[in-house]
Every structure is written in structure tokens, then in C-alpha cells.
Design a protein around this ligand. Structure first.
Ligand code: ARG
Length: 459
């Protein structure tokens, strides 16, 4: 069935049919398409375009079509260009001519934009709960490993000692921002295009506020042209998905590195690793590599779709059909990547002794500079003096801790015998008591704050 045959005399080129069809990927919109049509039938009746009987016939027919689709009994025909066409074609087969009244004042332009928004309104709570499970896993492992110290890195070089939990929690906050962003996007998704018609609005008195309420939208869109053209909500979801993946990818990269033999800070559970077909000893971090790899694809979806949008003239253009594949792929990917990442975090083994063994004296050089600061040396100078000590220790082939006091005093008489107290990684960590720092109390406070945030639904 074609929804637009009247003025045409020639057949469409079969290649064009194939090129144009979106049924292969938009059929997943069937439930929201039918939901939208049921609400629309009600609105048409309220506007006096359908009798109550006609409305009920249409709604009954739509529900039967839904049952067929639900049960997998629905036979798609080669002529079903998209899900809207397929549903309407089947509805007509079921209820006859009255089906022709359903599309009164409606265009596929406002219909498809409504469907996609409704679809997202269903997906967003699922994504949110996956994100929250991951945050919960992070928080639980952080609470469990409070006593574990490890090297903190900048430029992937030893920087300062930190708590393993502190590193882990750094991801909690990235995901917390993602959770906040999702709530903001959700608000903008829940704006209703239906009743915009093709672009200019509805001429037959449909009540858009009624439609919005029926379908769970916050409000009708303010401008019908914007209503059918706007895909900002798709771009925002794609950005959101890409950024969540970037966060997951960074987490994956740390864990891949730390599970290597050279680090051995952690071990990934067998459930998330694979073996090699030739090297029996292998335990490859494929789950994390796939997260890292798929991130590229999701970034591509965002860049690709923004490119689709950038030159469009005002109004609906068929280019907009290109919104669905990247969106569906991005969200499908996250619906796997998030629970997999949560599983990895939940099951990984932590090797505190390996992390402790990687701590060295060089990582305490800042603490040594702080020692001089406490004795009144301005920081820039103390930094230089400790730098000299590092160089001297290197020359003598010893660690900072083993550099004799005379050597320190030759660099600056401010150094006293108590300088050696600095060479204690726990002490260094405990000194970082500032809010958000790695000291135990500060970290406990952070964890409590995180717990409170996670249990407050209204972000
Ligand atoms: N399948 C189209 C889409 O996904 C909806 C149909 C609108 N087509 C049209 N020619 N107005 O955007």
C-alpha cells in the first residue's frame, strides 16, 4: 500500500523502493506508533471528526494489529515502506474503510517525530537503571576496598599515591553527570509534535493538550514547523550515548592496562575474558576492548547525524529518516555495554599487594616539598630543592629514602632528620584531607555523598 498514490501515474523504480524503505529498522516503533494512533483516534472523536463508534472500531482494530505484532504473527508485505504504512495497511484490512479517517490532519512528519520521542520516553528509564546499576557496582567495590593504596598516575607516570577506591569513585561522578544529563534530555524529549500536521498545524480542531496528556508528554511543541523538523533530541541522545561510552572506554582502558602481566593490579573475571585459539595461557580482556572499540562507532553516529542535519532547509526532509539507525544502534550498544561494565566491576579481583609493591619513593617527592613548605620555604624553592635531591639520589643510585641526611643538608640546611618521616605512603595519602581528597575521612564523606545522590531519584 502506498500512502500517497493519487497524483502518480508511474510505478516507483524498485531500486528506489528499496532505497526508501525504513521498515527494516523502524518496525521496532510499532508499539509507540499504535499508541500514538489510539490517542489520535480519541482526539479526532473529541474534535467531532469520528463518531464514538468509529473511534472504538479504530481502537479495537489497532489493538488487534498490536496483538499480531506482539505475537510475531504480523506479516510484513514488500510494499510496507515503513511501520506507519504497515500498521495502517493492516488496520484497513481489519476494519475496512473507516481506517481511512485515522490520518485526518496528521502527516507522517508529525507522526514519526512523535513515535521516536515516545520510543525514547520508554528507553530512557531503562538506560537510567543500567547506569544506576553500574554506579552501584562502583560504589560497592569502593566501599569494600577502602584500605587499598595504589600509585596515582598523570601522563601514565607515577604521580602520587591514592586509594584504589578514590580512583574507582572518579568514574562514579562521571556517570553521575551522565545520569543528570539524561534527566535533562528526558525533559526535552517529552515535548509533543503530534497535531503539527505536515508543518503548518492542524485545521480540524484537534486538542493538542489532550494528546500530550494521553501520551504522557509534558506539553505540545510551541511551533509546528519546529515540531516536525526538530531532531535536537536525537542529537542530544547521540551525544549522551557517545559521552557515556567515552567514560566507559576510559574505565576499560585503565582496567585493560592494569590486568596486564606488567601491572597485575587486578584480574578480570573469566565471564568477561576470552582465551586464545593458539596460546593456552591467554586471558584476553575482550569485553573491555569491545567497549573501547564500540566507542568509536558511537562517536561516529553523533558526527554523522550532525552532518545530516547541518544543511537541511526548514521543514521535514527525507534526510531525517537517517535519525533512526544511529540512534537505535547507539542505545542498543549501551544497553549491553552498561551492564557488561557493571559486571566487570562487580567481579574483578583486586591485588592490593601488587599495587602496594608499585608504590615508590619518587611518588613522595611532593610530600617532601610540602615538608619544606611547613618549615617556611616558599613552594617554588622547595620544589627546586627536592628536585636537586632527586637528581643526587639518581647519581648515587639510591632511593630518596636512602639518601643520607648530609646529602640533604648539603642541598638545604632546612632539611632535618625528621624528613624521613615523609617516606610513608599511608601518611602521604592521609595528608590529603581536603574535601574530595584521598584521605580516609574525606573518601568516607565522598562515599556517603555518593550514596545519597544515588538514592535520590530526582536528579
Ligand atoms: N519513514 C519516514 C521517516 O522515518 C517517515 C515518513 C515521512 N516521509 C515523508 N515523505 N514525509 O522519517
Amino acid at each position: 500500500m502506498k500512502l500517497w498514490g493519487g497524483r502518480f501515474t508511474k510505478e516507483t523504480d524498485p531500486l528506489m523502493e528499496a532505497f526508501s524503505a525504513s521498515i527494516g529498522f523502524d518496525r521496532r516503533l510499532w508499539a509507540v506508533d499504535i499508541q500514538g494512533s489510539i490517542a489520535y483516534a480519541r482526539a479526532l472523536q473529541r474534535a467531532g471528526i469520528l463518531s464514538p463508534q468509529e473511534r472504538d472500531t479504530l481502537i479495537r482494530g489497532l489493538k488487534e494489529v498490536a496483538q499480531e505484532l506482539e505475537a510475531g504473527d504480523f506479516t510484513f508485505l514488500p510494499t510496507d515502506e515503513d511501520i506507519h504504512t504497515a500498521v495502517e495497511r493492516r488496520l484497513r484490512e481489519k476494519v475496512g474503510e473507516v481506517a481511512d479517517k485515522l490520518h485526518t490532519g496528521r502527516s507522517r512528519n508529525d507522526q514519526v517525530a512523535t513515535d521516536l520521542r515516545l520510543y525514547l520516553m520508554g528507553e530512557i528509564p531503562l538506560l537510567r537503571s543500567h547506569l544506576e546499576s553500574l554506579q552501584e557496582a562502583i560504589l560497592a567495590r569502593a566501599e569494600e576496598n577502602l584500605g587499598v593504596l595504589m600509585p596515582g598516575y598523570t601522563h601514565l607516570q607515577h604521580a602520587q599515591p591514592v586509594r584504589f577506591s578514590h580512583w574507582l569513585m572518579s568514574f562514579f561522578w562521571a556517570f553521575e553527570r551522565d545520569r543528570e544529563r539524561l534527566g535533562e534530555i528526558e525533559q526535552r524529549v517529552a515535548v509533543l509534535p503530534l497535531g503539527s500536521g505536515a508543518l503548518a498545524g492542524h485545521s480540524l480542531g484537534v486538542d493538542r493538550r489532550f494528546l500530550a496528556e494521553e501520551l504522557g508528554f509534558r506539553a505540545p511543541c510551541e511551533n509546528s514547523i519546529d515540531g516536525v523538523s526538530d531532531r535536537d533530541f536525537v542529537a542530544e541522545m547521540l551525544f549522551w550515548a557517545a559521552l557515556v561510552m567515552v567514560h566507559l572506554s576510559r574505565l576499560a582502558e585503565d582496567l585493560i592496562l592494569w590486568s596486564s602481566a606488567e601491572f597485575s593490579f587486578i584480574q578480570l573475571d573469566e565471564a568477561y575474558t576470552t582465551g586464545s585459539s593458539i596460546m593456552p595461557q591467554k586471558r584476553n580482556p575482550d569485553a573491555l576492548e569491545l567497549i573501547r572499540g564500540k566507542t568509536g562507532r558511537l562517536i561516529g553516529h553523533l558526527a554523522g547525524f550532525l552532518t545530516t542535519l547541518k544543511g537541511l532547509p526548514t521543514g521535514y526532509n527525507r534526510d531525517l529518516q537517517e535519525d533512526k539507525e544511529p540512534l537505535f544502534d547507539a542505545l542498543d550498544t549501551l544497553r549491553l555495554a552498561l551492564p557488561i561494565a557493571a559486571g566487570v566491576v562487580r567481579t574483578l579481583r583486586v591485588f592490593p599487594e601488587r599495587m602496594a609493591a608499585a608504590l615508590d619513593d619518587g611518588m613522595l617527592a611532593t610530600d617532601l616539598a610540602d615538608y619544606l613548605v611547613r618549615r617556611g620555604v616558599p613552594f617554588r624553592q622547595s620544589h627546586r630543592l627536592v628536585g636537586q635531591a632527586v637528581r643526587r639520589a639518581e647519581e648515587l643510585g639510591v632511593s630518596l629514602r636512602a639518601l643520607p641526611l648530609e646529602e640533604y643538608r648539603a642541598i638545604s640546611p632546612v632539611f632535618g632528620p625528621d624528613l624521613y618521616e615523609v617516606f610513608d605512603h599511608s601518611r602521604s595519602v592521609e595528608a590529603r584531607q581536603s574535601e574530595g581528597g584521598t584521605a580516609l575521612e574525606a573518601l568516607r564523606e565522598q562515599l556517603a555523598q555518593a550514596r545519597r545522590r544515588l538514592s535520590s531519584p530526582g536528579v
